[in-house]
Design a protein around this ligand. Sequence first.
Ligand SMILES: Cc1ncc(COP(=O)(O)O)c(C=O)c1O
Length: 427
Amino acid sequence: MHFEPTLEFAREMDHNDPLKAFRQQFYIPQINGKKAIYLCGNSLGLQPKSLEGFLKQELNDWKNLGVEGHVHAQNPWMYYHHSFAGPLSRLVGAHEKEVSAMNALTVNLHILLASFYRPAGKKVKILVEAQLFPSDYFVALSQIEQYLRLSGRHDFVAEDAILQIYPRKREYFVRNEDVIRFIDQHQDELALVLLGAVNYYNGQWFDMESITKAGHKAKAIVGFDLAHAIGNVPMQLHDWEVDFATWCSYKYLNSGPGGPSGIFVHESHLNNPDTPQLKGWWGHEETTRFNMELNFIPAHGADRWQMSNVSVLSLAAHKAALTITDQASLTALREKSIKLTAYLEYLIDLWTADYLHIITPRNPDKRGCQLSLLTQGNGKQLFDTITANGVIADWRNPNVIRIAPTPLYNSFEDVFQFAAFIKDALT
Ligand SMILES: Cc1ncc(COP(=O)(O)O)c(C=O)c1O
């Protein structure tokens, strides 16, 4: 890729960007009356301008129809979640019946581990990555604790049943061959592999296919937290035979703070009578759900993991946002994302290499849009300076700045301005 460190070059790239019109569909936050340089889509995506209209539709139907809205709203609430099967399955590479929108991410991790963490004998351990998101660790730990309580076993403690895989000395992310070897070495004790597909801290995108294969060879179940992967990197969960996955929609899917999560369960587990699950009335087969009988008939596909009726207001926001992502198409988004992040990498290396060290993999196949920058010296001061200049990014203690140029609404000019602010702040 040919790049130049000039504003003219960045503007030329924007001019030639086939996705440039999508930026206009989002509200860009303001700082001191000026549009911010928003590079925090890995934390909270921006608000689509169309979202209000989608919400108003449901507010009006609720106002005018009350409970009748469940069947007579323009988009009947009872079936509202059906409209997500298409867009979500395209984003994660699944069959429509393998995905469902529901709950929140941590809740879904618990629900899925209730189905897929099946310890037995020596095989009780869960493999997670180092520097994983704490919620995932808490879920794994509490599921193991629950198993210990219910089984009455006392031959191990929960903390010892979590295996964390670390990068090699003086390296910042885990080599794929090390993950594969680790799984192989621990196959006698491994019940489950649970990784953040894209690690939230260093931005590493794991090789999900080979890890899934290795996990299955070790007779372990393999699941992924897709919080930082969905809408960011292309996946083929069905073909890769991933057992389960779950995500949130408030990062790269722009569905608003606390927006609905979703799940993927591989076809091979659907309707398998040996797949245990926590049940609720909303997971009951749709046409007979309101008969209110006590024999549980599972709904079609992944919908059977639903327990409660889903918040239609937050689904409406989700729908508004997903419509835009679907229009842009993940293929085109990824194509732009690779260039946008490579431009950021180029400018950081050119201008600030003495002070900022990129700890995200250099290979675009091993990362999404995010670069994590390890700072030397007083990194927080640098971060505060760029924030005062109108940059919204993310600081992680003790010394990392996370930058996520998001292809749906970020421009090459955003990336240029950010790098130029950093350069100025350092000279
Ligand atoms: C990787 C990862 N896992 C889990 C969570 C927790 O998400 P939630 O609060 O939606 O359960 C987050 C939140 O940012 C995350 O980034």
